[in-house]
Design a protein around this ligand. Sequence first.
Ligand SMILES: NC(=O)c1ccc[n+]([C@@H]2O[C@H](COP(=O)([O-])OP(=O)(O)OC[C@H]3O[C@@H](n4cnc5c(N)ncnc54)[C@H](OP(=O)(O)O)[C@@H]3O)[C@@H](O)[C@H]2O)c1
Length: 348
Amino acid sequence: MSKNVLVIGTGTIGEPLIGLLAEHRASLGLDKVIFFKRTPLSDERGKVEALLRKGAEIVSTSDALSDFTKLGFSNVYDVEKAYEEADVIIDCTPSGNDNWDTIYSSLNKNKRYMAQGSEHGFGSFFAWGINNEVLENGNNKYLIASCNTHNIASIVKTFTLNQDRELTEGRFVCLRRANDVSQNDSFSPSPTITKHTDQDFGTHHARDVHELFKQEGLDLNLFSSAIKLPTQYMHTLWFNLNFNDKIEIKDIMQNLKDNEFLMTTEKMSSNKVFSFGRDHGYHGRLLSHGVVAEHSLHVKDNALTGYCFTPQDGNALLSSVAATVQYYYRDDWKDKMDVFNRYIFKNI
Ligand SMILES: NC(=O)c1ccc[n+]([C@@H]2O[C@H](COP(=O)([O-])OP(=O)(O)OC[C@H]3O[C@@H](n4cnc5c(N)ncnc54)[C@H](OP(=O)(O)O)[C@@H]3O)[C@@H](O)[C@H]2O)c1
């Protein structure tokens, strides 16, 4: 069986994901990495060219093929063929649920379909290293957790579930960047508060993490707030975990050392962390779940408080890759993911 993957969308998420898959295709054991570019845009010619150079193949709808040819891309083929060729389809558009209704639901049910975090309800939540077991649940639809969901889930897992501590309450504030450096829209000129629309969880961030762990039978007491800040750098997460028993800072530091998915930093500003990612990450992204600001950690009696930077969207990208490789290589998929260790740091 050919091991092909189709990525739908070439935006903030799709573009680096296509690059990650295509450039590591051989190590990951993939045959074709195909991407669907819906709109032939002359100002995005460079992006398409760069992705082709990385070894990916481009498809579009039949009505757009001649316009792609006019842009100089003669090797674009029909997406209908790619729907047949690829057994893993990763939707990276803001329309994952709609695309399921109108397109994917009529394709082969044995394929694996993924959508990105904001497409709530698409399928089982998945975050690489947090709940790998969910990939064995026999479902064919997965919702890749969003970047902040990865970060909150990692904080909960590292300091609570991995240690058998009993969490009485977890509170989080997502200090969000206004938009990505690649985006023009939605910049915010001043701190802008997100409504607490969820009576139980505050914002969707805690709700999503609660749902993720609920899949394995846990019922965690979590609450989140969010505020958008006038920055294009990474999100920053404030967290406060309350446990049944007293904790010690030395144990917390050891928990961090022992964990695989959170890095630490002495840096106190997101631009410093972002800049490290730009220079040493993949497509400018850090691929860890979060970057804990170690000087921010505070322990008092039963409570741990601190800050953790959220690496743009690198964590969600790696989870999309992991779920792709696991589909094709049930036994040695984790070994294949080792190719990304070169982008993972313990401390930056
Ligand atoms: N940006 C983040 O940090 C982030 C983090 C986590 C999750 N997400 C989620 O990931 C999804 C994608 O976000 P993004 O920031 O990458 O979006 P984006 O930068 O706006 O890019 C969207 C891409 O999807 C394509 N597209 C849109 N509608 C389509 C459709 N119906 N069929 C095929 N292609 C379509 C567009 O293609 P054309 O330009 O060719 O038309 C474009 O390439 C969203 O659900 C978002 O909420 C984003």
